[in-house]
Design a protein around this ligand. Structure first.
Ligand code: OGA
Ligand code: MN
Length: 285
């Protein structure tokens, strides 16, 4: 068995075959790390991973950290504290994991903290017959495809990333429905960042809801962000993952966004998830 890396034709992501993620050689780890930086999202099919193997694999990419608020519940425990759950399954009426069955809008993970995660990984244990696809967007390409005048305009601008909503748009516990711009809990990051490993510039949007550009008036900020979101939805390269049981998908959270399609609430979807702590704060390009 030797490792093979096949980029998807979509302009983001690659399939990695010929490896058992539970038994990697140091050479394979290096090859996977390089492929992750080069292709931004990696998919490994047919993996058999318990929580130890999932956590140990993920730890090759940095220190693991807990998932966003609300991803761990009382009724379902994974075997490792670093492994959390994305699922619509309920036990005794209580969701065992995060994100439910609805659509999750485009976002990068936890950009509302000062050091957002470098990577996240999802490993599928149960999937619905249809729906629940996960989409990834190339944010290097989203930046490169901007008109030069827009690139110049973005220079030096920073954006507040809202901490109060989860990726499915729901209000997290402990937060209010409304805040003023100044009060809104979250983190401020440059709108264009330079990736520490690839050296490339990426558009850094986080998510649309409640985002605002610090240097602009509310009206100017909304106009600019709306324009950027229209641009990325229309022009950025995307790839969608149709899940099979045993797939592991790992993404570089600094240069991608992702979203998820909704799926039939009466079906079951169960993913175990890890997240790699940010190694540096997002730096202006
Ligand atoms: C996540 C996420 C999407 C999905 O785990 O960060 O956004 O497909 N998941 O479940
Ligand atoms: Mn996410």
């Amino acid at each position: 068995m030797s490792i093979s890396i096949t980029p998807f034709p979509d302009g983001i992501g690659a399939d990695v075959a010929g490896v058992d993620l539970a038994n990697l050689t140091p050479g394979e780890v290096d090859a996977i790390r390089s492929a992750w930086i080069a292709h931004q999202v990696l998919r490994f099919r047919g993996q058999k991973l318990n929580d130890d193997a999932l956590a140990n694999f993920s730890a090759n990419f940095g220190e693991l950290e807990g998932a966003p608020i609300g991803f761990k519940t009382r009724t379902y425990k994974t075997d490792r504290p670093e492994v959390t759950v994305i699922s619509n399954i309920k036990i005794d009426g209580e969701a065992i994991g995060g994100l439910g069955d609805g659509e999750a809008e485009w976002h990068s993970d936890m950009t509302y903290i000062d050091m957002p995660p470098d990577a996240s990984a999802l490993y599928s244990l149960e999937i619905p017959a249809s729906g629940g696809d996960t989409w990834f967007m190339n944010m290097y390409d989203a930046y490169d495809a901007l008109p030069e005048a827009m690139k110049a305009k973005l220079q030096g601008l920073t954006c507040k990333h809202d901490a109060t909503r989860s990726s499915d748009g729901k209000l997290r516990s402990g937060f209010r429905e409304t805040y003023t711009r100044e009060e809104l809990p979250g983190a401020v990051h440059p709108l264009v960042i330079r990736h520490p490993d690839s050296g490339r510039k990426a558009l850094y949007l986080g998510r649309r809801l409640n985002a605002h550009v610090m240097e602009l008036t509310p009206a100017e900020s909304d106009a600019l962000l709306d324009q950027l979101w229209v641009h990325v939805r229309a022009h950025a390269k995307t790839w969608s993952q149709q899940w099979r049981v045993g797939d592991l998908v790992m993404w570089d959270n600094r240069c991608t966004m992702h979203r998820r399609d909704s799926f039939d609430p009466s079906s079951r979807r169960l993913m175990h998830r890890t997240q790699v702590r940010g190694s540096t704060p997002p730096a202006a390009a």
